[in-house]
Design a protein around this ligand. Structure first.
Ligand SMILES: [Zn+2]
Length: 197
């Protein structure tokens, strides 16, 4: 396996971290050395590992920004992995290209779209996740399962979007990303049960 950028993208609850760990473990078993980075914003379950909801783990280096990642990055390690890449600045895309052009292997995962169904923007707001798709050789597109309930039954169709709720109601398009004094939640939705903005 040479010179490949694999992008694992999808909605929340679609198993992106599980897939990232699976691909990295497969490469590790083949004897490749791996460096995995994770932005510090995601502190779910563990600070030193990338964890999936089903508790699979892989050792990761936590980074605060792309600048931090660039300092810790080792060009001699064959496999470069990044979890939740959308939480880094868009300059990270140049590093992916540099690594792969240097005969490296890149495997990254991230949220494709936000709750408004727009492509998720990188931390600096300069580019969005469509740019990652553009530079990738292989795109793994993951879906969740719609949890909308009707007459006590779960919809169960494939969900390609996530709905945001504030205090139990569908969040308005202009709702602030950080909320004070309200409870917010997210749920996977199929096309029929997603409120389009
Ligand atoms: Zn549904």
């Amino acid at each position: 396996m040479e010179k490949t950028i694999t992008a694992i993208v999808g909605t929340m609850f679609s198993g992106k971290s599980t897939e990232l760990i699976r691909l990295l473990k497969r490469l590790e078993i083949s004897g490749y050395k791996i460096q995995l980075y994770k932005p510090s914003i995601d502190d779910r379950y563990s600070k030193q590992n990338v964890s999936s909801h089903d508790k699979l783990e892989f050792p990761a280096t936590i980074v605060n920004s792309y600048e931090d990642l660039e300092k810790k990055y080792n060009p001699d390690i064959k496999v470069l992995g990044i979890d939740e890449i959308q939480f880094l600045e868009s300059d990270v895309l140049s590093l992916l290209k540099k690594h792969v052009n240097n005969n490296g292997i890149v495997v990254v995962s991230g949220l494709l779209k936000d709750f408004k169904d727009d492509y998720f923007k990188f931390k600096d707001g300069k580019k969005d996740m469509s740019e990652l798709i553009r530079i990738a050789d292989d795109v793994v597109y993951l879906k969740a399962i719609c949890t909308y309930k009707e007459n006590g039954e779960i919809c169960g169709r494939e969900a390609t979007r996530v709905q945001r709720f504030i205090d139990g109601k569908v969040a308005p398009k202009d709702s602030p990303l950080v909320l004070v004094g309200s409870t917010e939640s997210y749920a996977p939705r199929c096309r029929d049960h997603y409120h389009f903005y």
